[in-house]
Write a new protein. Structure first.
Length: 317
């Protein structure tokens, strides 16, 4: 038994998993082993890994992809080492910024750790498992389009919208279907079209609320911060805010469903700001959680606003 766990929110995560599944399904002709798919987010990654590695039946191989590394993930070092002693091989493929101390410890704790900031995770996995496979190459190309914001492929944008919509454990079977389709080179069909129709209708219904509750905050000596919240993904919220407030320099979206905060900016180091709240991510986009972010219904805590303003000045680039 082999296990793949990947970032559930974006095309790079599921694209990485699709390449892995294609390798196991189409290329391992002999000694085939079952591949079990899991999905995670930085807020539940530790718990998900513990469940996998503390199960009665330990996987032969655990493959982690596109998760990044938050400081609190160091709790897992001992679990990795013990699992390897019991015969589980652990591979980790990533492309997030990581402190050198954590990187060195991961290389000691794992059988393989590959992290390249210049590639997306799907590209790294494609190069490792299926460098010449045309479908793997296409998956990696679409994944890069989303992660590096090149916006070349409408198919990639549609896949990203569908994946982001189908978040949560109860929708894992939908994610598995997306992985299966991509692993077989299917990126457009009637099922995708219906999913996209549902997503677009849902986004239209959810967009009015955050626009009515947007705060535009001036930060002296820096520029403007725009922040809002709603029952919609933080990344989509930030995109919505940027479309409506293009002069702002920092965009913050709060997903009320999961109490998660997403940052987007080309003017601050989002990752370092998120790390100060025990979160993480990329330089231009990151996320974290904050307890009791609302003073009362639909009113963001002013202490949080002050902290964000101070940290924006601290982490501006």
């Amino acid at each position: 038994m082999n296990v793949s766990i990947t970032h559930e929110l974006d095309l790079d995560g599921l694209g990485s998993q699709a390449i892995i599944q294609r390798y196991y399904t189409h290329y391992l002709k002999k000694n085939k082993s079952e591949l079990i798919l899991h999905y995670s987010h930085y807020t539940n990654f530790i718990d998900k890994i513990k469940i996998i590695l503390e199960a009665k039946i330990l996987p032969e191989r655990l493959i982690i992809s596109d998760m990044g590394f938050n400081d609190d993930f160091k709790e897992l070092y001992s679990f990795f080492k013990k699992s390897r002693e019991r015969g589980c091989k652990i591979f980790w493929f990533d492309h997030h910024i990581i402190d050198i101390n954590h990187e060195n410890e991961l290389k000691r704790s794992l059988d393989l750790y590959l992290n390249d900031l210049n590639l997306c995770a799907a590209e790294i996995i494609k190069d490792y498992y299926l460098p010449e496979d045309l479908i793997a190459i296409k998956i990696a190309k679409f994944s890069r389009d989303i992660d590096f914001h090149t916006k070349k492929y409408n198919i990639a944008s549609n896949l990203q919208s569908i994946i982001a919509y189908n978040r949560g454990y109860e929708l894992d079977e939908v994610k598995k279907r997306i992985v299966y389709l991509m692993s077989n080179g299917i990126f457009e069909n009637d099922w995708y079209t219906e999913q996209l129709r549902i997503v677009k209708n849902w986004e239209e219904r959810q967009s009015d609320f955050p626009l009515k509750h947007t705060q535009l905050i001036k930060i002296e000596g820096f520029g403007k911060l725009v922040i809002s919240f709603g029952k919609i993904g933080g990344g989509r919220l930030c995109t919505l805010l940027k479309e409506n407030y293009p002069v702002a320099k920092v965009f913050i979206g709060i997903d009320l469903r999961f109490n998660e905060i997403t940052l987007r900016s080309d003017y601050i180091n989002c990752r370092e700001l998120a790390r100060s709240f025990y979160g993480g991510g990329h330089k231009d986009r990151a996320g974290f959680r904050y307890e009791k972010i609302f003073m009362q219904e639909n009113k963001i805590d002013q202490i949080f606003i002050r902290k964000i303003k101070d940290k924006i000045l601290l982490y501006r680039t």
